[in-house]
Design a protein around this ligand. Structure first.
Ligand code: ASP
Length: 300
């Protein structure tokens, strides 16, 4: 590979993206790529790049992560996030947090400053407080679009058809830095009208995210209960480890997700040399990566 000597791929979820949302998705993916690319271009670490890209996507109301996330059955935002370091296999994750604007930052703090991997709900927020993370008012994470969608879901008895049309926008990133270190992360508001306390695949090591310097890095999106069944991120990493090409590994995971778990979704990945792969079984997936010449590929 010529310049750049680093790689980055990001996603904003595999979902039924309507034509009207395509421009916002593309703009968000571009901003996330720029943020991560800038970190990598000045010699920053893969973890820093993953965090920078995901913060941009969490702060963008287009996506189901951070502000603008779906509401759960009780009308509350509950967020999940994870980051994983491929060099050490260290990971940090949070689940069901309600007062954290950027859960990916807290996930990283757990990875770097605690003996634990996953903290949930009140315990995760206590850890945040004790480590100087500002807690936000949960109302700050709720936007009118999601409040209206939740009202409609409620009045239609949470009809599954409506949920399907409305589902969107988990975010994730995988980076390989100039020193050859790989990292991955995923952040989500989870599924629309989920049961309070429900945790999906996203913050679980090997399900919504995995990174191993000997294989590659992966971030997943889609129906969490199905993704968990096939431990999709670890499955993708194992395929890479056994020599599969990036794109073949991604496609094989989507086949497995359909055939074995009867679920839909998508994933992005980098192999250990930084070669990107992406696949999805929804109508569209928002994603993008750095091309070897330094420009961006962006979809849809
Ligand atoms: N995987 C996420 C979850 O189940 C949702 C998504 O990616 O759309 O929480």
């Amino acid at each position: 590979m010529n310049s750049p000597t680093f790689s980055l791929i990001v996603h904003g979820g595999a979902w039924n993206i309507p034509d009207a949302a395509v421009a916002d998705c593309r703009a968000g993916i571009r901003r996330a790529l720029e943020a991560g690319r800038d970190v990598l271009a000045r010699g920053g670490s893969a973890i820093d790049a993953v965090e920078a890209a995901i913060v941009v996507l969490e702060d963008d109301v287009t996506f189901d992560a951070g502000i603008g996330s779906h509401l759960n059955r009780d009308g509350r935002v509950q967020l999940d996030a994870i980051v994983m370091d491929g060099a050490t296999l260290d990971a940090g994750a949070v689940a069901a947090v309600e007062r954290i604007r950027n859960p990916i930052r807290l996930a990283r703090k757990i990875m770097e400053s605690s003996e634990h991997v996953l903290l949930v709900a009140a315990g995760a927020e206590l850890f945040a407080e004790e480590n100087g993370f500002p807690l936000c008012d949960p109302a700050e994470l709720t936007i009118d679009r999601e409040r209206a969608a939740w009202q409609r879901c409620k009045s239609e008895n949470h009809s599954p058809e409506f949920h399907f049309g409305h589902k969107h926008g988990t975010v994730g990133a995988v980076a390989l830095d100039a020193r050859g270190k790989i990292a991955a992360g995923t952040s989500t508001g989870g599924t629309c009208c989920k049961f309070p306390g429900r945790v999906g695949d996203a913050p679980l090591v090997g399900c919504g995210c995995y990174a191993d310097a000997q294989a590659g890095g992966v971030s997943c999106t889609g129906h969490g209960e199905s993704i968990m069944k096939i431990v999709m991120a670890k499955t993708a990493a194992d395929l890479l480890r056994s020599g599969a090409q990036s794109q073949d590994a991604a496609q094989e995971c989507i086949r497995l997700l359909d055939r074995r778990a009867h679920g839909a979704g998508g994933l992005i990945l980098l192999d250990r040399s930084g070669k990107p792969g992406a696949a999805f079984s929804t109508s569209r997936m928002a994603y993008g990566y750095l091309k070897p010449a330094g420009s961006f590929f962006i979809a849809p």
